[in-house]
Design a protein around this ligand. Structure first.
Ligand SMILES: N[C@H](CCC[C@H](N)C(=O)O)C(=O)O
Length: 280
């Protein structure tokens, strides 16, 4: 069978296989698509990634996408993936303008591509819930919750050293699967406030089922809930586990109500690949 062409991209350490699927040859058969994603995301056994992005035709927008986590689950949105998708479309000539729009399950995303830096306007966050008490992994914690395209729980820690030492995989899994957030589950973010303009974050991602080096929608959730608590001003810079900083702009419209949410950071191409079927 023909090798499959793809770009391997990283949005601040959140890494993705990006495929031009305007021919429609993927995703038509959901179980096959899910199996393909799971196989290709296996590190050391195939390309390895946190997720797969398929770019497809759309009647109104420049394109539409379908986003899949490494476990094969399809997610409504991915902030870092959106930045990679926008740059991929510009680099491969799917779009010719630096300002573009694409359709996702969460809604339409606008993006501006400026070299490696990409700024995306997110869909409006919703379902803010403040100060939820939880028993997780044997600890009593309090989390805020907001949906920034996908569901996010945010736990603020008093000091950065506690964040560095935290068992994010263990605590994250306990929050992600907590009954309070079923059936959809949630991503789990652990945050330390570094200043009125900066946060430090570590994220356990639903669908990757582990800590990732960055999470765009999680960084937004942390910025919005920190602002709701009066801990930061706009814009908020979020220092991710991979060391890169994401910048988040937004307007607060009222208690737990945010609009005009923008996520900005680098989206890089690691390599262009030809995927051989034998690793699937
Ligand atoms: N794992 C997330 C989707 C990807 C979110 C993250 N990679 C981002 O950059 O927003 C979920 O299933 O809810």
């Amino acid at each position: 069978m023909e090798p499959i062409l793809f770009y391997k991209m990283t949005g601040s350490g959140n890494d993705f296989v990006v495929i031009d699927n305007r021919s429609g040859s993927f995703c038509a058969d959901a179980p096959k698509c899910r199996d393909f994603v799971v196989q290709v995301c296996r590190r050391k056994l195939s390309v390895g990634a946190d997720g797969v992005i398929f770019i497809e035709n759309d009647p109104e927008c420049d394109f539409r996408w379908r986003f899949f986590n490494a476990d094969g689950s399809e997610a409504e949105m991915c902030g870092n993936g959106a930045r990679c998708a926008a740059r991929f479309a510009f680099l491969t000539g799917i779009v010719t303008e630096r300002d573009l729009r694409f359709r996702t399950l969460a809604g339409i995303i606008r993006a501006h591509v400026d070299g490696r830096r990409v700024k995306v306007q997110m869909t409006d966050p919703f379902d803010f819930q403040g100060a939820i008490p939880l028993e997780a992994a044997g600890r009593s914690v309090t989390v805020d919750f907001i949906n920034t395209g996908v569901p996010h729980a945010v736990c603020f820690l008093p000091q950065e050293p506690e964040l560095e030492q935290l068992d994010v995989a263990g605590m994250g899994r306990a929050v992600r699967y907590h009954e309070r957030f079923q059936p959809a589950g949630t991503n789990a973010n652990f945050v330390a406030v570094l200043g009125r303009d900066r946060l430090r974050i570590r994220t356990y991602e639903r669908g990757v089922e582990d800590e990732t080096l960055a999470c765009g929608t999680g960084s937004i959730a942390a910025a919005l809930t920190a602002h709701e608590r009066g801990l930061v001003d706009v814009p908020v810079r979020v220092v991710t586990q991979g060391g890169e900083t994401l910048t988040i702009h937004f307007d607060r419209m009222g208690p737990g109500e945010y609009r005009n949410v923008f996520l900005e950071g680098e989206a890089r191409v690691a390599y262009e690949g030809r995927l051989w079927q034998e690793t699937l």
